[in-house]
Ligand binder design. Structure first.
Ligand SMILES: Nc1ncnc2c1ncn2[C@@H]1O[C@H](COP(=O)(O)OP(=O)(O)OP(=O)(O)O)[C@@H](O)[C@H]1O
Length: 350
């Protein structure tokens, strides 16, 4: 049985449809990340599951039970918001013990639980510290311990690492995944940071305008976005109309190779930056000029190159750091058929 099931859930605010017939299952122990642009309905989805918003149509089931009319505090879900809203007047232990104490747990039992959770989130012995004296990352850990304290059947995270700097986020997200795996926690997380979603999730759900646009494993979604809008949301820009004939396609960048088995006809084609290869001699391939180079984050040894062809839209290429040409350099470009994605087409062989 799914830990969480949404059946055709619709939520409207006045004339605006924030969720439009959303179907979603989260299996027990699964970590699902909801991704999507601002306003796509991510927070509304979490709020609806938590009972802070009511569906206008459809059903929310937790562990098989319809939640209509069930108060938020009786749903057995833990919530952690971006601004983590710790109680400033309580110390770390008081914050974490709040839920269990509200449920009538004894002080001694709650203190034991606090100590265990602080060990778990990497802040051993911090129970008596003031939350106002903690760093952002430490506060985040306390907020996580507080959300885990009641042992929720489903933990929901809304932009959990949103306010932290990138390096701390990248470290914490790995720790979070390991922690949830170890505890067997079922997680529904919302983020607009793709890197975070891809590092955390077993499964990614991409939302657009209140609908689920794509769902799948992180690598699958990354390799095969289903539509132009999902591809653009994921940050891909080499997208153009293409007419496929056999193993080649006519595009604004000239004739490019496509994988065998690509259905013929008019399509929208995505060329992943890794498939835009600089040829050794600029005279060969599509002539382009390097417009800009940007470091990819996270200590990557790859650069993103922006290339301007003689005709057709700009192209983004991935290039190893030492080989990256300076802006203004004339280069030639060839294309790798293995990095082409026909958007909207049924998945073919890799
Ligand atoms: N309480 C509300 N009253 C009116 N409209 C709302 C309310 N909450 C959300 N909306 C609208 O519903 C839509 C979805 O909002 P939601 O906050 O769920 O998006 P989101 O994907 O979480 O966005 P963000 O990434 O910016 O937080 C938006 O158009 C928003 O303006």
């Amino acid at each position: 049985m799914a830990a969480l099931r949404l059946e055709s859930v619709t939520v409207r605010f006045g004339g605006r449809t924030a969720l439009d017939a959303v179907d979603l299952d989260v299996a027990e122990h699964e970590i699902v990340c909801v991704l999507g642009p601002s306003g796509s309905g991510k927070s509304t989805l979490l709020r609806t599951v938590a009972g802070l918003a009511e569906p206008d149509a459809g059903r929310v089931l937790l562990a098989g039970r319809d939640q209509r009319g069930v108060a938020p505090h009786r749903r057995g879900v833990g919530l952690m918001f971006q601004d983590h809203q710790l109680f400033p007047t309580r110390d770390v232990g008081g914050n974490i013990a709040f839920g269990p104490r509200m449920r009538g747990e004894s002080r001694a039992r709650a203190e034991e639980r606090v100590a265990g959770l602080l060990d778990l989130v990497g802040l051993p012995g911090a129970a008596r510290r003031r939350v106002t004296e903690l760093s952002g990352g430490e506060q985040q850990r306390v907020a996580l311990a507080r959300a885990l304290a009641p042992g929720p059947g489903l933990l929901m995270l809304d932009e959990p690492l949103g306010q932290l700097d990138r390096s701390l986020r990248e470290r914490l997200v790995v720790e979070l995944r390991q922690l949830f795996r170890r505890l067997g926690t079922t997680v529904l997380a919302v983020t607009h940071d793709q890197g975070e979603a891809f590092a955390l999730a077993d499964r990614v759900v991409v939302m657009e305008e209140g609908r689920v646009a794509q769902t799948g494993g992180p690598v699958e979604v990354w390799r095969r976005p289903v539509s132009e809008s999902v591809a653009r949301f994921l940050g891909f820009t080499n997208i153009a109309a293409a007419t496929v004939r056999g193993t080649a396609a006519d595009t604004p960048w000239g004739t490019v190779p496509v994988p065998p088995g690509t259905p013929p006809g008019a399509h929208t084609l995505l060329i992943r930056p890794a498939g835009v290869r600089l040829t050794p001699a600029p005279a060969r391939g599509l002539p382009c000029t390097v417009v800009a180079r940007t470091l990819r984050g996270g200590g990557s040894s790859e650069l993103a190159l922006l290339l301007r062809p003689g005709s057709g839209p700009d192209l983004e290429a991935s290039c190893p750091l030492p080989a990256a040409p300076e802006p203004g350099t004339a280069v030639g470009v060839s294309f790798d058929p293995g990095e082409m994605v026909v958007l909207g087409a049924a998945a073919g062989p890799e």
